[in-house]
Ligand binder design. Structure first.
Ligand code: PLP
Length: 397
């Protein structure tokens, strides 16, 4: 299978005015080696075939495209769910972890590091590290270590070392800072597996590419089910933007497909308890790239808030800042309560417990007026096992 790389990105990693590689000098050669190795790898049929084989036999791809009849009746349109929740390890993160770890091995790297928020990316990286026999260190904010215990235990069982991070808000941003610090200290043997379409170029492009299998499959599955490749809407939740990038990728050049990104509003986009960085952020530089950020007038990061640990990030991938600013994507926001209601609605009507992150995408369905023949694909980025304690505590209220 031949991939195409058609993102609107230039040589230096800019999507319009967003992106780039704002990194300390010590990382220059690392980043330029990575850029070269990535470009060569995706041109090499042997590498692509390795990735494809693991995606099929290990992850269980293609993930189903499921026509949700109850949701379709309720919303008055044809609603399909792209079932990334059925992947091995329970979310889309494994798609990128497989591609990145195989690239690391090809580059002769012997150690993997990762940052994680909800723990899904940490679990995916620890999983692939076990598979390939590589040592793995996962940085995780101390707050997240507390609230995501099942995933911490999974990483430890897989043989990874979980290092709690005690700086800042003790969440994803702080874990990312520590991972970057580690990478700076160990540039020769270490490969940094970033969990979203963030970080310095080429990471946003590379992670989007490894996730693009999602939209490639949607095209083929819709053609078989509906006789056309292109839906009217693709809806995805957006933290750093990797599941949305994967779901949008092959539709970016099809303007008739409406791309909808749903951010975490937290308690509301008009409060300071939010993680909606596109809708309420301003341009600035974080983790090596220029993008939209939650920050004060003098550039201090404002701690984000969302009920969902995976969406609790003060920035967004530069691709999404660009797609939103250029009008190619539409950005909505769902509050904690709207996400919880959408999660319960899906569970009670379709028998699927979604991740809290994915529940934000489902909440987006409430905010759009559909025509009855519209074909709508919601990317169900992950399953809800890790969120059971949050769900149960709200059920009992
Ligand atoms: C990590 C995660 C997200 C948010 O990350 P993106 O890079 O924006 O996709 C969304 N859903 C699930 C299930 C996740 O684990």
């Amino acid at each position: 299978m031949k991939y195409k790389t058609t993102l609107p990105v230039d040589e230096k990693g800019f999507y319009g005015r967003f992106g780039g590689a704002y990194i300390p000098e010590i990382l220059y050669s690392n980043v330029s080696n990575l850029k070269k190795a990535f470009a060569e790898a995706i041109d090499d049929p042997a590498f692509i075939s390795e990735v494809e084989t693991l995606l099929a036999d290990y992850v269980g791809r293609p993930s189903p495209l499921y026509k949700a009849e109850s949701l379709s009746r309720h919303y008055g349109a044809k609603i399909y769910l792209k079932r990334e929740d059925l992947n091995h390890t329970g979310a889309h993160k494994i798609n990128n972890a497989i591609g990145s770890a195989l690239l690391a091995r090809r580059m002769g790297k012997t150690r993997l590091i990762a940052e994680t928020g909800a723990g899904q990316h940490g679990v995916a990286t620890a999983t692939v590290a076990a598979l390939l026999g590589m040592p793995c260190v996962v940085y995780m904010g101390a707050t997240d270590v507390e609230r995501q215990q099942p995933n911490v235990q999974r990483m430890r069982m897989l043989g990874a070392e979980v290092r709690p991070v005690h700086s800042g808000n003790k969440t994803l941003k702080d874990a990312t800072n520590e991972a970057i610090r580690d990478w700076c200290c160990n540039p020769a043997d270490t490969f940094y597996v970033i969990g979203s379409t963030v970080g310095p170029h080429p990471y946003p492009e590379m992670v989007a590419y490894f996730q693009s299998v999602i939209s490639r499959e949607i095209k083929a599955q819709l053609l078989a089910k509906e006789g056309r490749e292109n839906p009217d809407y693709v809806i995805a939740c957006i933290g750093g933007g990797s599941n949305a990038a994967g779901a949008f990728y092959h539709f970016i050049d099809n303007p008739e497909v409406k791309l909808v990104a749903v951010e975490a509003a937290g308690l509301g986009t008009d409060t300071d308890m939010t993680a909606a960085s596109i809708l309420t952020g301003t341009p600035g530089i974080l983790h090596g790239s220029r993008t939209l950020l939650l920050q004060t007038d003098d550039g201090q990061i404002i701690e984000p808030y969302s009920i969902s640990a995976g969406l609790d990030y003060p920035g967004v991938g530069p691709l999404h800042a660009f797609l939103a600013e250029s009008g190619r994507s539409k950005v909505l926001a769902a509050t904690d309560d709207e996400a919880l209601a959408a999660a319960y609605f899906l569970t009670r009507n379709e028998g699927i417990i979604p991740a809290l992150e994915s529940a934000h995408a489902l909440a987006g369905l409430e905010k759009i007026k559909f025509n009855k023949d519209d074909i709508v694909v919601v990317n169900l980025s992950g399953r809800g096992d890790k969120d059971m304690s949050t769900y149960i505590s709200h059920l009992e209220k």
